[in-house]
Design a binder for this molecule. Structure first.
Ligand code: ADP
Ligand code: MG
Length: 323
């Protein structure tokens, strides 16, 4: 069991940003309005995620740290219409197998809850705790018991770079949640959670970038598209400024990126890329998100139609710019 968890950990927990991703996605799923993330030393010594969401029921807390304890998948059919971000129940056991984890959670507004501590997969404490409604998870000394993995970590700057990139995109995907991200005591991101995507965009990229964005809106029998792309004057040297959200989930999609870039074709000099934050909605049966455990990759069932729809929707706003 412990070995199985360490093997699964290799898939789910590649580096500190994978831990942040899993914890923050759980926090989003929990439905609260604030998520505060504290990181020390690129996440290798400390990752803490505090949310004010539903909290974890007393009976479920220990269970959550064992394999396949997901509360989010009711039947195998659900795999094809996933509304919540997590659905595999592998994240917490995997993290607990390769770090020292403390989880404090309460489902009660009264603040009566539980504190669970786990080291390398073994429970070291389980007791009553007074804590506000929500969940507070701290992960210390990541990979302390898997030195081979620890050796693969890059510099602290590289690791916090991955974390910040991920949190920025998740904040863009959830403008209604107020996020903070702190690293070694300094504040890297604060979003207001107003629900206004352009305001979140300004928190991530700055207010002058936000002013140079054009609203995109597209409708199609199978899809809808909302968001912003930059005016062709505002370009970047790489495509990291493109954020794609599908049914509320931040994803990576070569197909969608290609469609966006195609819309900018002839407008941008070679090797220049737009900024974009686009939210695509579609019936869940039209996509398969179970491609990789990290759940960032998806497959679409009608790629050519989707591509054309995105390209045309963006093309319309850019076309208006030209006249
Ligand atoms: P999954 O997200 O795939 O269900 P995880 O291993 O990430 O699996 O989490 C296991 C379970 O623990 C979740 O299904 C959920 O019930 C509970 N859980 C984890 N984090 C939180 C949180 N921040 N708030 C409320 N419940 C949580
Ligand atoms: Mg999860």
């Amino acid at each position: 069991e412990q070995l199985a968890n360490q093997i699964a950990a290799g898939e789910v927990v590649e580096r500190p940003s994978s831990v942040v991703k899993e914890l923050v996605e759980n926090a989003v799923d929990a439905g609260g309005s604030t998520i505060d993330i504290t990181i020390e030393e690129g996440g290798l010594t400390l990752i803490r995620v505090v949310d004010n969401g539903s909290g974890i029921e007393d009976d479920d807390m220990k269970l959550a740290f064992f394999r396949h304890a997901t509360s989010k998948l009711k039947s195998s059919k659900d795999l094809f219409r996933i509304a919540s971000l997590g659905f595999r129940g592998e994240a917490l056991p995997s993290i607990a197998a390769v770090a020292k984890v403390e989880c404090i959670s309460s489902t009660e507004t009264s603040g009566l809850g539980k504190r669970l501590a786990i080291e390398g997969g073994t429970i070291t404490a389980y007791e009553e705790a007074n804590t506000p409604q929500g969940t507070d998870i701290t992960v210390r000394d990541l990979f302390y018991n898997t030195p081979a993995r620890l050796k693969y970590m890059k510099s602290i700057q590289t690791e916090i770079g991955h974390i910040a990139d991920y949190v920025n995109r998740l904040a863009l995907a959830h403008p209604g949640i107020a996020f903070t991200l702190k690293h070694n005591g300094s504040l890297l991101l604060r979003t207001l959670g107003s629900g206004e995507r352009l305001q979140t965009f300004a928190a991530v990229y700055g207010s002058s970038a936000a002013k140079a964005m054009l609203p995109v809106e597209g409708e199609h029998p199978d899809y809808d598209l909302r968001g912003y792309v930059s005016k062709p004057e505002l370009t970047r040297a790489n495509r990291n400024g493109i954020t794609v959200i599908v049914n509320g989930r931040y994803i990576r999609s070569f197909i969608v990126n290609q469609a966006i870039l195609q819309a900018f074709h002839t407008l941008l000099p070679i090797n220049r890329f737009p900024l974009a934050v686009l939210e695509l909605g579609m019936h869940p049966s039209l996509l398969d998100v179970n491609v990789h455990p990290s759940k960032m990759e998806v497959r679409f069932s009608k790629e050519p139609e989707l591509r054309q729809f995105i390209e045309e929707s963006i093309g319309k706003v850019l076309g208006r710019q030209r006249h």
